[in-house]
Design a protein around this ligand. Structure first.
Ligand code: GLP
Length: 261
């Protein structure tokens, strides 16, 4: 089972994950980060930016791979995930832009882009820490319901609910791309440590289904139950539908240093 931490605020969650990543970067200056878009991980990036400054952490060798990207979008569009990652991760943390990759970027063709991306992650030594948000359809990355739990990076069609949710970043829902290229569930599960973050009541159903429901392609967030080192961090609102919240709080309050996940 994943370790579940219920926190009071997004900033508290951000501080926990940022501390973990900062310690990793001190031990392993060429660590590989798996980074996500959306509003959920922003608190992590803000806290990490501060730790990098305060503790003078060298990030010149750090590599980062994004989870997903839209297909029918100009990469220079401010809401392409390449632009978002550049703003929120590369520039904020001071990473070398040449070491930050978004799916499909530099691909020789759309047909081979997924395999090329997975090969690039492997060539970098694999992802050390993967940050994940969750969509209301229970998706991680853009692995909509029905995605293979063994999938590699590939092109997918977005669910109507996801396009509606993401319309807030565009002038209208029609402008939201129909296709995406996303790391597969199999790709995500290869990362050495997963952090799944969820905030707000709109995530409560998807989060409870992912952590306490059956492992199923109908809710791809549930695949994290298959991972040996997954940490889930939720605020009270996102944790509201858990059956076992009391146990998670008890376990977190009584976790000795020697206990793993
Ligand atoms: C998009 C992204 C996901 C992200 C989800 C939630 O669909 N592809 O990676 O987790 O949105 O977004 P937010 O964090 O803004 O709620």
């Amino acid at each position: 089972m994943a370790e579940v931490l219920i926190v009071d605020s997004q900033d508290e969650a951000g501080a926990i994950v940022a501390r973990e990543i900062a310690d990793l970067l001190k031990d392993k200056p060429d660590a590989v980060l798996g980074v996500a878009t959306g509003s959920t991980p922003l608190a992590v990036y803000r806290a990490l930016e501060q730790l990098i400054k305060d503790e003078g952490i060298d990030v010149s060798q750090v590599r980062a791979f994004a989870l997903d990207e839209y297909v029918e979008i100009d990469p220079n569009h401010p809401e392409s995930y390449r632009s978002v990652i550049h703003r929120e991760v590369t520039e904020r943390l001071g990473l070398n832009p040449e070491y930050v990759l978004v799916p499909g970027q530099n691909a020789t063709s759309l047909a081979t882009a997924g395999q090329e991306y997975d090969a690039a992650i492997e060539a970098a030594g694999g992802v050390d820490v993967q940050i994940l948000g969750i969509g209301r359809t229970g998706h991680i990355g853009f692995n909509e319901p029905g995605s293979s739990l063994a999938s590699g990076t590939r092109i997918k069609t977005l669910a109507a609910a996801t396009r509606r949710d993401n319309a807030r970043f565009f002038d209208s829902e029609d402008e939201v791309p129909i296709h995406c290229i996303t790391q597969g569930i199999g790709t995500i599960l290869k990362a050495r440590h997963l952090f799944l973050l969820a905030f707000g009541e709109s995530k409560a159903d998807a989060l409870a289904a992912s952590i306490e429901g059956p492992v199923t392609a109908s809710c791809t967030g549930s695949a994290i139950q298959l991972h040996p080192r997954a940490t889930v961090i939720a605020d009270e609102a996102a944790a509201a539908k858990f059956d076992n919240a009391e146990y998670y709080r008890f376990a977190a309050a009584n976790k000795p240093d020697w206990q793993g996940l």
